[in-house]
Write a protein that binds this ligand. Structure first.
Ligand SMILES: Nc1ncnc2c1ncn2[C@@H]1O[C@H](COP(=O)(O)OP(=O)(O)OP(=O)(O)O)[C@@H](O)[C@H]1O
Ligand SMILES: [Mg+2]
Length: 338
């Protein structure tokens, strides 16, 4: 059975279909469409129908036959946390986790769906406690996803937070700690991974849209032109006397300081520092974003390729060139079923 991954973003919807096995996955379909609502955070019936119709069309156009789909849950809607607990057996942990979660999750436990996994690695410095990665998704958010899928004539196979998908898709990472930065339209998600294990996540409600808005305001441009300026000149110092860069940095700097905080958090909690930053999401293609981040953070910065482990045909490679990183979450979701 093919694996079907879906990423319903606020600006665009992405789908990926893979066949084969984990060792040799094969890309059999992919698709990208504009989210007609420009948001996912809605309970408006009509808007949900519009999103569902866009998904339905995308699925048909891409030729996806599989109905069961793995969908990404926006990091911003989910509470994730690494908690330290005394070493417990699986069954002890299963009952203790609710009590533990109550301390960290700001909404009633009855209103969330809890999930967790034990992080066997790494050992924290000077601690023999076990570390547990806790995920709590509000039931309302889960129900909304299920509803959209139903309207799109699809069935939910599994839900997973986006960062877990990003981590899975970025297979070039190995062993060393890496900072994953996923730059979307409305949000920027940060994760720290060791191997494939996510040990830290954070979501910031600033994304590509905020960059475009700042540029529109500062340079007195229409939003559509500002979007073009952003994509063409980005953070390049040598374009338009650096005016675009300066304007974008007004917003981008706040993101950089969040990346630095994550870097410091890691350095103070685990041994060894972050070796590399991997960018994904549409914002990864902002001109000069890698060089800017590399000089700010002092680490190697690359644009991630979620298709690196897939044997793409030359045509697929050509069509995905320069936009591959946009599909990171969708690839990660599909890989979950491999
Ligand atoms: N070449 C580029 N340079 C700069 N930004 C870009 C470029 N291409 C796309 N973007 C930006 O990427 C964003 C869209 O990325 P993506 O599709 O990952 O977001 P999304 O998943 O729809 O949003 P979210 O996850 O926040 O709901 C937009 O803000 C867009 O302006
Ligand atoms: Mg997204």
């Amino acid at each position: 059975m093919p694996a079907f991954g879906l990423d319903i973003g606020s600006s665009s919807i992405k789908l990926i279909e893979l066949t084969g096995n984990k060792k040799q996955p094969k890309l059999t379909a992919f698709g990208l469409a504009v989210n007609p609502v420009g948001n996912v955070d809605t309970d408006n019936e009509q808007e949900l129908v519009q999103i569902a119709q866009a998904i339905k069309k995308l699925t048909t156009d891409a030729g996806v036959k599989q109905r069961r789909v793995v969908v990404g849950l926006p990091e911003s809607k989910v509470y994730t946390r690494v908690v330290e607990m005394p070493t417990l057996s699986e069954s002890e942990l299963a009952s203790a986790i609710n009590w533990e979660a109550e301390q960290y999750i700001p909404i009633p436990i009855a209103e969330v769906q809890l999930d967790y996994r034990i992080l066997s690695q790494p050992q924290a410095i000077g601690s023999n406690k076990m570390r547990v990665f806790l995920v709590a998704a509000p039931v309302a958010v889960v129900n909304r996803m299920v509803k959209i899928l139903e309207l799109a004539n699809l069935e939910l196979e599994a839900l997973e937070t986006e960062m877990l998908g990003v981590a899975r898709a970025m297979t070039q990472q190995q062993n060393n700690a890496q900072l994953l930065v996923h730059l979307g339209a409305r949000t920027t998600d940060i994760g720290i991974v060791q191997g494939e294990t996510v040990v830290f996540t954070r979501s910031i409600s600033t994304g590509g849209m905020a960059l475009t808005r700042a540029l529109a305001a500062d340079l007195g441009l229409e939003v559509a032109s500002a979007e073009q300026y952003k994509r063409t000149y980005g953070l390049d110092k040598n374009q338009l006397q650096g005016k675009v860069r300066t304007s974008l940095l007004g917003v981008f700097s706040s993101l950089v300081s969040e990346f630095k905080k994550a870097q410091h958090f890691y350095a103070s909690t685990y041994s060894g520092g972050i070796r590399r930053l991997i960018l994904s999401g549409g914002g990864a293609y902002l001109p000069e974003v890698t060089s800017t981040l590399a000089s700010e953070l002092g680490v190697e910065v690359v644009i991630g390729d979620p298709f690196a482990a897939l044997n793409l045909t030359p045509q697929q490679r050509q069509r995905l060139g320069g936009i591959g990183a946009v599909f990171t979450v969708a690839v990660g979701m599909a890989l979950r079923e491999m």
